[in-house]
Design a protein around this ligand. Structure first.
Ligand SMILES: [Mg+2]
Length: 182
């Protein structure tokens, strides 16, 4: 297949990027969009990117919440986005944790979820972006050969201090600043 048939994607960490980081979000009522993130997703969609959420949800492995609850949280996120005429193309989540469920290939910073999305949607990784608020997200993007973006929402301000040898390609205040300015 030629390059021109390939799609470009924005791979989005969820917590601390789209919605407020509350440390193991386990109730749909706690789900709250970060100001500007809905507008940001609209802009990114208009720029022609697939919008794909890539999220570690080890709370499932830890029995902090069920997959049913996670689905309810994601349904709420999708419903509000749909009300704003935004369709999320997909959500990939890793329900594992090595201490509880053993090693897996999907938990970030491994690139398994991005590679799975790449196969399903025929994505050109080199012209796609991984956006996250942690070092782990940036490592994931690098491992998958994507461009990487650190946002300073969520854990971003603290996590930036850990980035000594591993550097994101871009740093933005939040998802909206990225969407408007890259
Ligand atoms: Mg995060």
């Amino acid at each position: 297949m030629s390059m021109t048939n390939k799609k470009r994607a924005i791979f989005l960490d969820r917590d601390g990027v789209i919605n407020k980081e509350v440390n193991h979000l386990s109730n749909p009522a706690q789900f709250e969009f970060i100001p500007g993130s809905i507008e940001a997703l609209k802009i990114l969609k208009q720029k022609g990117f697939l919008l794909i959420v890539i999220t570690n949800q080890a709370g499932i492995a830890r029995s902090l919440f069920s997959e049913e609850i996670l689905n309810q949280i994601h349904n709420k996120m999708r419903r509000i986005l749909n009300q704003n005429d935004i369709i999320l193309d997909d959500i990939f989540y890793c329900p594992h944790h090595p201490d509880f469920t053993g090693e897996c290939n999907c938990r970030k910073p491994k690139p398994g979820m991005i590679l799975k999305a790449q196969r399903e949607y025929n994505i050109d990784l080199q012209t796609s972006y991984m956006v996250g608020d942690t070092l782990s997200d940036i490592e994931t993007g690098i491992a998958a050969n994507c461009k990487t973006v650190l946002v300073l929402t969520g854990y971003g301000l603290e996590e930036r201090k850990k980035m000594i040898s591993i550097k994101p390609d871009y740093v933005f205040e939040n998802l909206l600043e990225f969407a408007k300015n890259f």
